[in-house]
Design a protein around this ligand. Structure first.
Ligand code: SF4
Ligand code: SF4
Length: 266
């Protein structure tokens, strides 16, 4: 299935034929194909923060419970930041959301599932000759290629409802493409925990913001406080802002006067 993270982007940038938004491909998917549902088995689906948000909301679950039950968080050699992957069922290796009719969470399915067989990649420093592009994922198990009518990448993205995911994923993409990751820098365990919480475990992040001294220490205007209290999308955006401050050292947030001293107990 499609992959969008910086983890696998490097090989895609060098190996895949690049498609623009108006380039077309011919593809059809449906229950009449003999491969129906085959792509939802034994597959690695890296979830974005917005994917986690949509799925936990669709399932009516707290983010911590969702992550525990439905994801794994592997650490690969050289991996810069925490990622979460959809956990396949132990014996069948099927996606837990696969049902007789197809995808039980279709309306809220992850970005990679809705884009398939279209992938997306973006160089870290785009230039007019080297910019964001799409590419086609071809796997033997998928018999939808060459069937149906030709569709442009742009129309495919719109038809799959992927635009909202791309818009909501913008902050996370900027985070993952940040200069901080250049060279040998690695997150401390504490920073990795903060990254995981703010990006994926949003309900725990909300508790952290409202049940710790966080709001005594940082200047956050009242309207924003109310927004992040109730709105997961706002909270996710706020989490990215906090990570830029606390990990990258950017001035994306401001401490209240005297907060540094209060925090250190002086
Ligand atoms: S979330 Fe839906 S589309 Fe994606 S792998 Fe699972 S069943 Fe298939
Ligand atoms: S055509 Fe491809 S995407 Fe559709 S069900 Fe078959 S394997 Fe999955």
């Amino acid at each position: 299935m499609g992959c969008e993270t910086a983890v696998c982007a490097e090989s895609i940038l060098s190996d895949c034929p690049r498609m623009g938004l108006d380039d077309c491909f011919t593809f059809r998917c449906g229950p009449d194909l003999d491969c129906f549902r085959e792509c939802c088995r034994d597959v690695t689906i890296v979830l974005t923060p917005y994917d986690v948000l949509r799925l936990k909301r669709a399932l009516g679950m707290d983010s911590s419970a969702f992550l525990r039950k439905h994801t794994i968080a592997p650490r690969f050699p050289g991996q810069k930041f925490p990622i979460v992957i959809l956990r396949m069922q132990d014996e069948s290796k099927q996606c837990p959301f696969l049902c007789e009719k197809g995808c039980a969470v279709y309306t809220d399915r992850p970005w990679a599932c809705r884009m398939y067989p279209l992938g997306a990649a973006e160089p870290k420093n785009p230039t007019p000759d080297d910019h964001a592009f799409h590419f086609i994922v071809r796997e033997e198990l998928c018999h939808g290629h060459g069937q149906g009518r030709a569709v442009s990448a742009r129309d495919w993205i719109a038809a799959q409802g992927a635009e909202e995911f791309e818009m909501m994923g913008g902050g996370f993409k900027q985070l993952t493409l940040h200069d901080f990751w250049d060279g040998d820098k690695a997150l401390t365990q504490k920073q990795a925990d903060m990254f995981y919480m703010a990006c994926y475990d949003v309900d725990r992040f909300r508790r952290f913001v409202f049940e710790s001294r966080f709001l005594e220490l940082f200047e956050v205007d009242e309207a924003r406080v109310e927004a992040i209290r109730h709105d997961d999308d706002e909270l996710l955006d706020f989490g990215m802002q906090w990570l830029r401050y606390t990990i990258f050292g950017e001035r994306s947030m401001k401490m209240k006067p005297g907060a540094a001293e209060r925090r250190s107990g002086r």
